[in-house]
Design a protein around this ligand. Structure first.
Ligand code: ADP
Ligand code: MG
Length: 350
């Protein structure tokens, strides 16, 4: 019989998502030589012959991670694949296979699931991965999708979260904040629609940010680019929870600090204009808005000439000693500590 030690009832929000993972997993030991990296990075790394295999999994829950009132099922299928592949690329690996597991309530007809799978198929074809299995079961409420992605990487090429060194450059791909703002626009239109179901939203001026939310891409292209440029980052992570949260992961695991320059954070013009419209600070959005699925990496100073002309890669700061702490250097040239206010799945919902 399982002894009931749970007299105490600690709310999960007291730990937060990362605190909870740490708490639950601290006592797991690694017993196999083939387990190169277990819990704690974007993907686990396993040794297989002359290669490393990476494995990562994500669970998407209706009402928590997606809202079907504005998320077409085809896009959902696509996005569910992409968010997993993003973790594979964050290890500098090439994604090769996925498994797809779903739990569905009887609210969904066959045609709905066909749509979902059309999106999964499109992503599999664009990213050149094989769908090799999964599981199907029923749910009492809503839809759950769990995808596991597998990739491979040459042993010398794998990049972890923990390799950043003082003086390394802090580099980000693409631009930030778009996915969060796209969600804000969609949420607003949903409210408008509730009041007036005949309203036809004009979303033309938000196409980029809405696409960032509904149809994100994983940066497979960057893994190839880094290879072509002959650059191996010293550390890397994908930006799923917001820049500040990911910088904190990199710095903590690498035991370093950083200076991040506010005026260097790449923002799309549509992000800037929509921030003005919603009267929110674009830096706050870039730091704390989630789901951009860009890559954050650190690169040795000596590799700077190789990356400096590349429009896909923006230097946003540099790594310092741990004792200096993690700071945002503002446009006014003041230094403020970086805090993770980002997306934290178990915090009390705002
Ligand atoms: P990411 O945002 O890159 O998907 P997470 O923050 O979800 O990463 O997870 C961080 C690490 O914790 C990963 O190594 C992941 O596999 C592991 N992890 C997350 N949840 C669990 C769990 N319930 N049990 C064991 N390991 C977990
Ligand atoms: Mg990740």
């Amino acid at each position: 019989m399982i002894e009931d030690k749970n007299q105490q009832r600690t709310p999960l929000s007291a730990l937060g998502e990362f605190g909870l993972i740490d708490h639950l997993t601290t006592n797991f030991k690694i017993n196999h030589k083939s387990t190169i990296k277990g819990i704690g990075d974007d993907a686990a790394v396993l040794s297989h012959k002359d290669k490393n295999i990476v494995v990562t999994t994500d669970l998407l829950v209706e009402g928590v991670h997606f809202d079907l009132s504005y998320m077409p099922l085809k896009h959902l299928g696509y996005k569910a694949v992409v968010v997993n592949l993003s973790d594979v690329y964050a290890m500098n690996a090439n994604a090769t296979q996925i498994t797809v597991s779903i739990a569905v309530s009887n609210r969904f007809p066959l045609e709905a699931l066909e749509e979902l799978y059309a999106g999964i198929k499109t992503a599999a074809s664009i990213y050149n991965i094989d769908v090799v299995g999964g599981d199907t079961t029923s749910s009492t409420s809503g839809l759950l999708i769990s995808i596991t992605a597998i990739g491979e990487v040459n042993k010398d090429d794998v990049v972890y979260r923990n390799g950043a060194k003082p003086n390394d450059l802090l580099v980000v791909t693409g631009d930030l904040g778009g996915a969060y703002l796209g969600l804000q626009v969609l949420e607003r239109e949903k409210e408008v629609f509730k009041v007036n179901p005949n309203s036809q939203p004009d979303l033309e001026m938000y196409t980029y940010i809405i696409e960032r939310q509904l149809k994100p891409e994983a940066r497979k292209d960057i893994i190839k680019l880094l290879k072509d440029l002959n650059v191996k980052p010293t550390s890397m992570i994908d930006i799923s929870d917001g820049l500040s949260s990911e910088i904190i992961h990199l710095c903590k695991q690498s035991e370093v600090g950083c200076d991040l320059y506010e005026n260097k954070i790449p923002l799309d013009p549509q992000v800037i204009s929509t921030c003005e419209e919603f009267d929110i600070d674009s830096t706050t959005v870039a730091l704390n808005g989630g789901e951009d699925y860009e890559l954050l990496m650190t690169i040795a100073q000596e590799d700077f000439p190789k990356i400096k002309a590349n429009p896909n890669l923006t230097v946003i700061g540099y790594i310092t000693e741990a004792s200096s702490g993690m700071h945002l250097v503002t446009r006014a040239d003041t230094k403020i500590p970086i805090k993770a206010q980002g997306w934290n799945a178990l915090n009390d919902q705002e």
